[in-house]
Design a protein around this ligand. Structure first.
Ligand code: PEP
Length: 240
């Protein structure tokens, strides 16, 4: 199965530089006939429409970085799943550790958001991962196991849900989990989620992508910082 290569741009980018980036990505992907990956970019909400316009004839798909659990209503500043779908999104990232940390998102809220995403025909990329202190205490599997049990709604299927394992201590830090740690955790997650695709995230870059993408039970990667540079992100994709 092709690897899923997802770029999370977070709160970065104005139109000019971002559209230049997607033009480079579209051209780069066009030139790769291997069929070894599917590429997805998740821009900030303000850039979804212009990015969608640039990518409409490309094989690259796009998604949002969060959605509300309700389909509409008095929720100032929030974005509903049908709005993302209306912009041509196929994916939405949910329960990213930055949202769990800075917005106090609970796993129950993530599950409700994922249900809303499914109802709109979006694929939910549900993020899980332990903190540094939890790994040091040997609690990584119990933490991730609980997040999986509580964040995946009963509407989840192989068609509409992807899991992203992102150890929090590896996000944006330049530290990656070792191949053994990734292998062990992905095997644990596989035991819990069956055939759902499982992505790894945490300081993935072109230089380490091949080893990570060829680790057992790694079905793709969720990439933050390195997805902001077209050459680097393409380098990750072709490593698949
Ligand atoms: C992320 O934000 O999902 C992420 C993995 O970030 P980075 O690649 O920068 O560590």
């Amino acid at each position: 199965m092709p690897k899923l290569i997802v770029g999370n741009w977070k709160m970065n980018g104005l139109q000019a530089e971002s559209l230049e980036r997607v033009e480079k990505l579209a051209a780069g992907v066009q030139g790769d006939a291997s069929g070894s990956f599917h590429m997805v970019v998740c821009p900030p909400a303000t850039l979804i429409a212009p990015v969608a316009a640039k990518l409409k004839d490309s094989v690259i798909r796009w998604g949002g970085q969060d959605c509300h659990a309700e389909a509409s209503g008095a929720y100032t500043g929030d974005i509903a799943a049908p709005m993302l779908k209306d912009m041509g999104c196929d994916f939405v990232i949910l329960g990213h550790s930055e949202r769990r940390q800075h917005h106090g998102e609970t796993s129950a809220e993530v599950a409700a958001k994922a249900k809303a995403a499914h109802a709109s025909g979006l694929t939910a990329i549900i993020c899980v991962g332990e903190l540094d202190a939890q790994r040091s205490a040997g609690e990584q599997e119990s933490v991730v196991g609980r997040q999986l049990a509580e964040s995946i709604p009963d509407t989840a299927s192989t068609e509409n849900t992807v899991i992203a394992y992102e150890p929090v201590w590896a996000i944006g830090t330049g530290k990656t989990a070792s191949a053994d740690d990734i292998k062990q955790m992905h095997a644990f997650i596989r035991g819990k989620v069956g055939t759902l695709q499982i992505l790894y995230g945490g300081s993935v870059k072109a230089a380490n992508a091949s080893e990570i993408l060829h680790t057992e039970n790694v079905d793709g990667v969720l990439v933050g910082g390195a997805s902001l540079k077209a050459d680097e992100f393409l380098g990750i994709a072709v490593a698949s």
